[in-house]
Design a protein around this ligand. Structure first.
Ligand code: ATP
Length: 287
């Protein structure tokens, strides 16, 4: 764990403890500069590398000591070895909740994020809704019957679940636990109702991102273009979206997914993840 450089040296043979030196220009101990005991082959290599480097621009620097010698002397002077361990612990796994009104582009953003970012696990939601053309069981959702879904609820296998536009949707807990244990960050894609429930369950331990279109018109057009909803379903979704936009205040971040700017939105989400990873006070999530 710790550098062993100085441990092989008898400290008292170089500097008596009572007379620990303060190194100044020109006063670096001759014994340390010249001692053949210090010159192992690896030290000589390092020394050669240093002597090849451009002239030291700092006139106050110690003139002819090698880097290993300097390191050893500093360690000796400080009374402890320099550790090669990381200065800060690795960041905790994150739980990232991505939400927003229907048709705002949650799937589109998440699918792109999947392409550009490793070390994220995208939780596959269980749903009782029928599969849409192009969707794949186990990739887009776990498609289960209503009865199967209700059994999962009874067995307490879901972190949260809800009835959304007549269909059940829920998040399997086991998947999150397994991937967090492997060090993955977890991405959850939920509607706004789901995000509200998750906020109650997870509090500030998770990161909540709210996706919005640049305007209401843009959002409705996107839904129409998708051509997966009937006229009545569109009416319900638009009315719900108008109401849901007020919940933005319960989120940590808002990302505008503007028309034709999907990649910018994904970059913005990535920046949020990077910032969260750099936080001094990390979120700690327990599922
Ligand atoms: N930035 C964008 N520019 C243009 N089209 C977009 C953009 N983002 C998403 N879309 C398109 O808008 C439509 C709706 O997107 P998507 O299905 O990802 O929304 P969603 O939020 O997942 O919807 P739902 O909650 O109803 O499943 C899709 O056809 C998608 O390709």
């Amino acid at each position: 764990m710790f550098r062993k450089i100085s441990s092989s040296l008898s400290r008292s043979s170089i500097f008596p403890i009572s007379t620990r030196p303060i190194f100044k220009s020109g006063s670096y101990p001759q014994s340390l500069q010249q001692s053949s005991r210090l010159r192992s082959s690896s030290l000589r290599i390092a020394e050669t590398q240093m002597s090849d480097s451009p002239q030291n621009p700092n006139p106050a620097a110690i003139p002819s000591a090698t880097k290993p010698e300097l390191l050893r002397a500093l360690e000796f002077h400080l009374g402890s070895s320099f550790s090669v361990d990381p200065i800060t612990p690795p960041p905790n796994p994150l739980v990232i909740v991505i939400s927003g009104a229907s048709g705002v582009g949650k799937d589109a953003v998440i699918n792109k994020l999947r392409e550009v970012r490793e070390s994220l696990h995208f939780v596959v939601t269980a749903t009782s809704r029928p599969m849409r053309p192009g969707e794949l069981d186990g990739r887009d959702y776990f498609f289960v019957s209503r009865d199967e879904f209700l059994s999962m609820v009874e067995r307490d296998e879901l972190l949260e679940h809800a009835l959304v536009y007549g269909d059940y949707k829920g998040i399997p807990k086991k998947q999150i636990q397994e991937f967090m244990a492997k060090g993955y960050d977890i991405v959850l894609r939920v509607d706004i109702q789901g995000a509200q429930t998750l906020r109650k369950i997870l509090g500030n331990s998770a990161v909540f991102i709210f996706l919005v279109a640049e305007s209401e018109l843009a959002m409705v057009e996107r839904l129409i273009d998708r051509r997966t909803e009937s006229h009545e379903e569109l009416l319900v979704r638009v009315a719900t979206a108008r109401e849901e936009i007020r919940h933005v205040k319960n989120f940590d971040y808002v990302v505008v997914n503007a028309k034709g700017k999907l990649e910018d939105s994904v970059k913005r989400v990535e920046s949020i993840i990077d910032a969260e990873k750099s936080k001094v006070h990390q979120r700690i999530v327990r599922i």
